[in-house]
Design a binder for this molecule. Sequence first.
Ligand code: ATP
Length: 235
Amino acid sequence: MLQLNKVDVCYGSFKALSAVDMRVDEGELVVLLGANGAGKTTLFNAISGLLKPTAGEIRFRDKVMNGLKPSAVVGGGIVHCPEGRKLFPQMSVMKNLVMGAYVHRRDKEGIRRTLKDVLALFPILEEKKNEPAGSLSGGQQQMVAIGRALMSRPKLLMLDEPSLGLAPLVVKQMFETIQKINSLGTGVLLAEQNAFAALKIAHRAYVIENGKLVMEGDREAMMGNEAVRKAYIGA
Ligand code: ATP
């Protein structure tokens, strides 16, 4: 579904991504592991059209995506749920959710149905729908951010550090929800520091170090890999 071929991204003279080859197949849940500054956010920004690759090609469902505007990437079926959630804190939960459909959907009835599905996935948001998003707990705000992303009915959902700053119990529920979203048919690309929890729900994973993908494997291979365990799982 998503295919990156030898993608480079530079900030001025600094090469933040170097010859990145990766793929996410239809319906897959793929995890991207890497330390702070390894290049995860840069990679997501390149896929979502916020940064232009300086070399290489990004394809999605056989269409070349390089150079498309972020709104066209969303329209094409890829949505990026950024680190730090980026909600509109004064606006109600409901308005934040509906914003996710604005970029490319005009079908009111369809939007209403998707909203119903999102609220079924996150029942607490139904209760809080008229409250300002900024008044919610961190975990609930993350639900709004994911719910907003789902409002555009993506084929691929990219989640950048969704567990950041959340309490352990909330993190557990968050990963269960991500797995559920994937099992309902949405491909997921998940960047996480919380490697163990992320690998538990992954089909495959990549490791990125200093802007280069240095390892790839399925869940079992990654979980069993000594270097991965040492660097990212700590056991
Ligand atoms: P984190 O989890 O801390 O966000 P990351 O893996 O997402 O880390 P990136 O934010 O993609 O990493 O950063 C990759 C590299 O690019 C780092 O060395 C970072 O300092 C550098 N970098 C990121 N954004 C810029 C920018 N706007 N200008 C210059 N360098 C940048």
